[in-house]
Design a protein around this ligand. Structure first.
Ligand code: RAM
Length: 330
């Protein structure tokens, strides 16, 4: 090969390498959670990191406010827009309040998806539900009904009053009550804001206001721990059954001490992992539209419905027979 040919070959090789560069461009994905310091979201962040490793070209920025407010999330999203991230995957504290700032992000070319707790359709490209909303709604009441053969009074201790995920599960559960659980009487719904102190106070308030209360249903991993601790501390084990959605690693002690018979949840690691897979696909050109099927890696695939939403997997029930095993995972 003469020198000119060598030069031409080297140039072609360089062009090839450079030409291939966009395929390896880094995708910066911000995983924005309701609040930091919540074990559920820490588990989701672990899954997000697993997905980033598998995909190879992803950097995950795990962030969220210190308390579960829309204001805190708006501030963070403005900073992420300035940082020019490629995608924002948010579990929202309010479905409407975040729409303007998320619209701004999308207008700057940033991919926006919601997961866990959704934003209104105009504020995101798609929403990933952990499970089917009706199924979660009926599951949280079934967990109480299963241990109340004669029925009785139950109350809900939720997260924040604007959290779309908890609100949709509660609405779905309430709709199922008359037909599926006619012996249960829902006496109150209170909000602990996914804050341990507020959740503890609200649980105490329920117990003081409803002396015949038989179960507290907390569809939040923060609230359910607070309620079970209150029942334990007040010597009410056996009188009030605490149930809802719980992280086995945090909740095992309350199955062990009898303040709860059973709780449910989906795999939060898989949820964060799936959110990153979806955000990566959309940020790299896949269009989110009804009927589109997206890969969520080893978790499987999802197909978007006519609201551009999809559900990951069914909730799983934990009781004395299996909580030990799951508590080691998440
Ligand atoms: C809390 C949060 C989260 C919810 C779980 C079950 O950690 O409110 O959004 O999905 O509970």
């Amino acid at each position: 090969m003469n020198i000119l040919k060598k030069l031409a070959a080297a140039t072609a090789l360089t062009a090839l390498v450079l030409g291939a560069a966009p395929a390896f461009a880094e995708t910066k994905i911000a995983l924005v959670v309701k609040a930091l310091g919540n074990g559920f979201f820490d588990a989701a962040a672990k899954g997000a990191e697993d997905a980033a490793k598998e995909l190879g070209d992803v950097t995950v920025i795990y962030t969220g406010p210190t308390s579960a407010t829309a204001e805190g999330q708006i501030e963070i999203i403005n900073a992420l827009i300035a940082q020019q991230v490629n995608a924002i995957a948010i579990s929202a504290n309010d479905p409407d309040a975040l729409v303007p700032v998320l619209k701004k992000a999308m207008s700057r070319g940033i991919t926006v998806i919601s997961w866990d707790s959704g934003v209104a359709a105009e504020g995101r490209q798609m929403h990933l539900n952990p499970s089917d909303t009706d199924l979660i709604g009926s599951t949280i009441f079934k967990l109480a009904a299963d241990y109340l053969p004669d029925g009785g009074e139950v109350a809900i201790l939720s997260a924040s009053s604007t959290a779309a995920n908890q609100n949709s599960w509660i609405d779905a559960g309430k709709a199922a009550l008359p037909t599926m659980f006619p012996k249960l009487t829902l006496v109150a719904t209170v909000y602990g804001d996914d804050d341990s102190v507020k959740s503890t106070d609200e649980a105490k308030g329920l117990i003081a206001s409803y002396p015949n209360l038989k179960a507290i249903i907390a569809p939040t991993t923060v609230g359910v721990v607070a309620a079970a601790q209150v029942v334990t501390d007040m010597g009410l084990i056996g009188k009030i059954n605490v149930t809802g959605l719980a992280l086995p690693s945090e909740f095992k002690q309350f199955i062990d001490n009898g303040s709860s018979k059973a709780v449910a949840l989906w795999n939060p690691i898989d949820l964060g992992y799936s959110a990153v897979y979806i955000a990566h696909a959309l940020a790299n050109g896949t269009e989110a539209k009804p009927g589109v099927t997206l890969s969520i890696g080893h978790v499987g695939e999802i197909t978007l419905d006519d609201t551009n939403s999809a559900a990951m997997a069914a909730p799983f029930t934990f009781d004395a027979s299996n909580i030990e095993e799951f508590s080691k995972i998440y």
